[in-house]
Design a protein around this ligand. Structure first.
Ligand SMILES: Cc1cc2nc3c(=O)[nH]c(=O)nc-3n(C[C@H](O)[C@H](O)[C@H](O)COP(=O)(O)OP(=O)(O)OC[C@H]3O[C@@H](n4cnc5c(N)ncnc54)[C@H](O)[C@@H]3O)c2cc1C
Ligand code: SF4
Length: 337
């Protein structure tokens, strides 16, 4: 049985107290929300904080407020279970609920949170292993070693972003609120991520994600699709989220965003794909063109499950499926009105 290393657990009474503890402890400290990523990683010595600052007890991070007509604020401590079942999200931001539903298993979704998911560690064959396994290959650049086994000549880590909710937040152009001892700031979801498997977040270590603002979606449509080996429980090896704003004519696309995750160190937007949809009906031709253009911007690496060249090819298929879901939602809405 793998055991946790020794550490000090701090349970602050407020998010501001959590920020003060982080500022005082510096790089010795890490946050934990649901712990579904952090605890297993500590057991495998992939992460070795001396101090762990718990957020789960903080009710101030749990709320949902606002409305889809003006914008919705989601507390970082909302669990994946709460997101997948929320009637308002299911009706107006279905991609958020779909992505949450696709993550891990029911017990893990009861613990795992939105904030933890957006900050979840990057993954790689050579890193997501026990300490003994990693020691047998002299570790790697991401932790304890000096060589990247995926690209031995490289001084960069290529571990892959594995959050399912991040592409949805990019497609929606959501904003994240961050709080530290120095104050608060708001960033675009797209600006949270860095194309570097080690420093995969652009926020500072002492910054806490407190809430996520979803923009208003009066007529907008969202959809999410995920590729994974096992349908019951698995990290993404590719995911795609789309956001479509129908034009006033009710026939053509006014604006669109396509986001892809699970294949490089950061989730990313594929503007070439989105551009192929603008001013056109969301039909077979425009969907095919957009999916093909999105695929051209995707460069998966050979460090997660399934063959990487095959994964590149199927980006087109998964983006197409997400756009087809969006088209079906648009059609259902037209039928109702
Ligand atoms: C078997 C298994 C399968 C999984 N499958 C999936 C999957 O399919 N898709 C997927 O996306 N994930 C998957 N996960 C990973 C994980 O369960 C989820 O991403 C979950 O949402 C993480 O949330 P958490 O609250 O448990 O994070 P934690 O483990 O508590 O934290 C994760 C990271 O986020 C940081 N953090 C947590 N909260 C905050 C905050 N508010 N502000 C700043 N930093 C914060 C922590 O310091 C840590 O670095 C899986 C995990 C397991 C063990
Ligand atoms: S990409 Fe390279 S450095 Fe990064 S985890 Fe994998 S082997 Fe290690």
């Amino acid at each position: 049985m793998l055991r946790l290393p020794e550490f000090t657990l701090r349970r602050p009474a407020s998010v501001r107290e959590a920020a003060r503890i982080l500022a005082g402890e510096g790089s010795r400290a890490m946050l934990v929300a649901g712990g579904t990523d952090l605890w297993p990683k500590m057991k495998r010595r992939q992460m070795e904080p001396r101090v762990v600052v718990a957020l789960r007890q903080l009710r101030e991070l749990r709320g949902i407020s606002g409305s889809p007509d003006t914008g919705v604020s989601l507390g970082a401590n909302l669990t994946l279970r709460e997101l997948e079942r929320n009637p308002m999200l299911l009706a107006r931001y279905p991609a958020v609920a779909e992505a949450a539903r696709s993550i891990s298993s029911p017990p893990l979704k009861t613990m795992g949170t939105l904030g933890g998911n957006l900050c979840v560690d990057t993954r790689c064959f050579y890193y997501d292993q026990t300490y003994e396994w990693r020691r047998s290959i002299h570790f790697c650049l991401k932790k304890d070693g000096s060589t990247c086994w995926v690209a031995p000549g490289s001084d960069q880590c290529w571990a892959v972003s594995s959050t399912d909710l991040a592409p949805v937040m990019l497609a929606l152009d959501a904003r994240l609120h961050l709080l530290s001892n120095e104050g608060e700031r708001t960033i675009k979801a797209a600006d949270l991520y860095n194309r570097d498997g080690i420093h995969y977040l652009r926020k500072r270590q002492d910054e806490i994600v407190t809430s996520i603002e979803l923009p208003a979606v009066q007529r907008d449509i969202t959809a999410f699709q995920k590729l994974r080996r096992r349908g019951s429980i698995d990290f993404p090896i590719l995911n795609a989220a789309v956001w479509i704003r129908p034009g006033g004519d009710g026939r053509t696309v006014e604006s669109a965003r396509i986001a892809i995750g699970g294949i490089t160190s950061a989730p990313f937007l594929a503007p070439e794909g989105a551009t192929a949809l603008i001013g056109r009906p969301l039909d077979e031709d425009s969907i095919q063109e957009a999916a093909h253009a999105a695929r051209m911007s995707a460069r998966p690496l050979d460090n997660t499950d399934l063959d990487f060249s095959w994964r590149r090819g199927v980006v087109e298929v998964w983006v197409k499926r997400a756009l087809e879901d969006a088209r079906a939602r648009w059609g259902t809405r037209r039928d109702r009105s």
